[in-house]
Structures are given as C-alpha cells and as structure tokens.
Design a protein around this ligand. Structure first.
Ligand code: IPM
Ligand code: MG
Length: 360
C-alpha cells in the first residue's frame, strides 16, 4: 500500500484534459491496489505567466520538489508566442527540469500491434519497434551561456552555447547503460564527433562508461546516420543515449514509428526517486476543450510515474497492458482512427474510462 502526493501541472492547451484523463486511470489503479494518491495542482507555462508573470514560480517549484512525482501536461500556445517576449512558457519547463536535476529523459518508442498501420512507414519496417531514447535534459544548447541576441559588426547577431562537462555525460550514459541491462543489453550512443568538440568528449566518456558494463554492447553512431537508421531499420535499436538537442529532434522523428505523437510518454529522472512525467507532444491549442485529444501518451507517462517514482512496477505494467487491450478492442481517438481495426471512435475522457475499466 503506497501513499503518495503527486504534483500536477496541467499547463496550457490540452494539458488540463489529458492530466484529468491520467488521474482517472491513476485513481482506478489506487482503488484496485489499496493505494492512496493525492494531488496538488500548480501552474506552469502560459497559465503561470497569466497568473504570476513568470512561467514557473518559486512556490510551485518548491511544492514539486517536495512531492513524490510530478505529472505535467504541456506548455505553450499562440497567446504567448511573441518571439520578442521576455517571458515564454517553455522557460517553465526548462526551469523545472534543471532545478530539480532531472538530467535523464526516458522516451520509450513501442509500436502497439493494433496500430502497425498508423505509422507513415511500411509495416515491414516498423513492425517489432521497441526502443528507448535516453535524452540528456539539463545541459547542452538549451542551457549554455552566453545565449543572446546582440549587435555586432555586421548588424544583428545571436549566439547559443553548446557545452558539456564530463560529469554531465557520465551520469546520463551510466543511466542509459543500466536501462539497457534491463532490456536487450544494446546501447547506441549518438554524437557528432566528426565536427563537434562536445561530441568528441561525449564519445570519450561514453567509451569509459561502457567499460564498466561488460554485459552491455555499446556502439557509437553519428547523429545524421542515426536519423537515417531510425526510419530505415528502427528494430536495430534497443537503447539510444544522446545529448539534449539531438534527443529532442530524434524523438519527434521516432514518434512516427509508433504512429502518432499522441502515444509517446516520457519520464525525466535525476539521482533520486523524484521524477517528472509528461507526454512528448505539445499543448495542441487547436484541440483544447474539444475532448478529442489522445490521452494515451499522458496515461503511459502516468504508468512510468508508478514504475520509477513509486516503485509500483506491476501497476505500471497493468496500465500498459490495458492500453494494449483497449486498442485491440478497437477504441481509437481521431488521430489513430484509421489504424487497424478501429471500430469505436472515442474522445479523451472516454478513452481514459475504457483503459481504466480494463486494468488487470
Ligand atoms: C520536448 C519539447 C521541449 C524541448 C520544448 C517545448 C521546450 O519539444 O519536450 O521535446 O525542446 O525540450
Ligand atoms: Mg521536442
């Protein structure tokens, strides 16, 4: 019996609807297992800018830091999109990742068999896809200084800084090796060592870390090759580890293997039990309030929350199995309606109810 307080940051756009859907499933899990989950709600992104003038305030951050885990919807929207604005919704996301030390972002890409036709790629290519991208989340271009726009001798100029130190590389590659040990024991470390100094350091440190894990086979691949291989032979990957920006780009690409951005969850972890769980998709403002967005990415993120922050692996597996059964039974949100044997078109909350009703 586990008692836990979960901080919920719905954010913007469809965030409220998908977090509500995930909470319905978590409550069903709690009722079955005799667990007790409580939720404290806070604001992040545009919603926080409107309320407090900043994308994540100190109180909300402190509350998240004291919770067992954080469930986050999505941030951003046209209302806050002015490129010259000094406060932007994304700053809230970057702040919470950085200040809570959540450096390892796990993005599993698994193809549900009921949805093999949902991918724009041919069945022969995507069938059997089951990979995990571990994206470094608190370093690199996203956080390097200087990062600014200024006036230079040729007019307007801008600079971003890509920097990594060896401890940042070592800890995330280690995390990826441990995850590979629990899977098919194969790790692909992705870099651009033929061009970037940070990538040469990355590869050097990755080779040292790999030596600590005799049972894991480690290969090193350039990011352009990895991008190509993801669509040519996705089944050749088990665990991929890479730096922040490469991981951002490769995971949007990889989401198409599963058929829809609406299916992919993520977990952001640090050295402790605390984790941040969010779908990889954005706030989809044009769908907000329509009850049609696919909640599966958020619900699978809640499953990861149970696994990594609350040590409830059986419960996590029961959510994953129940998502699979719901899809096998033909329930589809609009984004995957055409795939496989789609017989019942459902909205966001109805999909959550179908999943909750199939828990083992
Ligand atoms: C993601 C998103 C974010 C990122 C944006 C919203 C800042 O694209 O989580 O992949 O780039 O990390
Ligand atoms: Mg992204």
């Amino acid at each position: 019996m586990v008692t836990a307080r979960i901080a919920v940051l719905p954010g913007d756009g469809v965030g409220e609807e998908i977090t509500r859907a995930a909470i319905a499933v978590l409550d069903a899990v709690a009722a079955r297992g005799g667990h007790s989950f409580s939720y404290s709600f806070g604001k992040i992104g545009g919603a926080a800018i409107d309320a407090h003038g900043t994308a994540l305030n100190d109180e909300t951050l402190a509350d998240c830091g004291q919770s067992a885990a954080i469930l986050l919807g999505a941030v951003g929207g046209p209302k806050w999109d002015d490129p010259r604005a000094s406060v932007r919704p994304e700053q809230g996301l970057l702040r919470i990742r950085k200040e809570l030390g959540l450096y390892a972002n796990l993005r599993p890409v698994r193809l549900f068999s009921a949805l093999v036709d949902a991918s724009p790629l041919r069945r022969q290519i995507v069938e059997g896809t089951d990979l995990l991208v571990v994206r470094e989340l608190t370093g690199g271009l996203y956080f390097g200084k200087p990062s600014e726009r200024r006036d230079g001798p040729h007019g307007r100029e801008a600079v971003d800084t890509l920097a990594y130190d060896e401890t940042e590389v070592r800890r995330v590659v280690r995390a990826a090796c441990r995850l590979a040990q629990g899977r098919r024991k194969h790790l692909t470390s992705v870099d651009k060592q033929n061009v970037l100094a940070t990538s040469r350091l990355w590869r050097e440190v990755a080779i040292e870390v790999a030596a600590e894990f005799a049972d894991v086979t480690v290969e090193h691949m350039l990011v352009d090759t990895a991008a190509m291989r993801l669509v040519r032979q996705p089944t050749s990957f088990d665990v991929i580890v890479t730096e922040n920006t490469f991981g951002d780009i490769l995971t949007d690409e990889a989401s198409m293997l599963a058929g829809s951005m609406g299916l992919l969850p993520s977990a952001s972890l640090g050295d402790g039990e605390l984790g941040l769980y969010e779908p990889i998709h954005g706030s989809a403002p044009s769908h907000a309030g329509k009850d049609d967005i696919n909640p599966i990415a958020m619900i699978l993120s809640a499953a990861m929350l149970l696994r990594y922050s609350l040590d409830l692996d059986a419960e996590a597996r029961s959510i994953e199995a129940s998502v699979q059964r719901t899809l096998d039974d033909g329930f589809r949100t609009y984004d995957i309606m055409g795939a496989g044997d789609g017989r019942h078109k459902v909205g966001t909350q109805a999909m959550a109810r179908e999943i909750a009703s199939r828990l083992g």
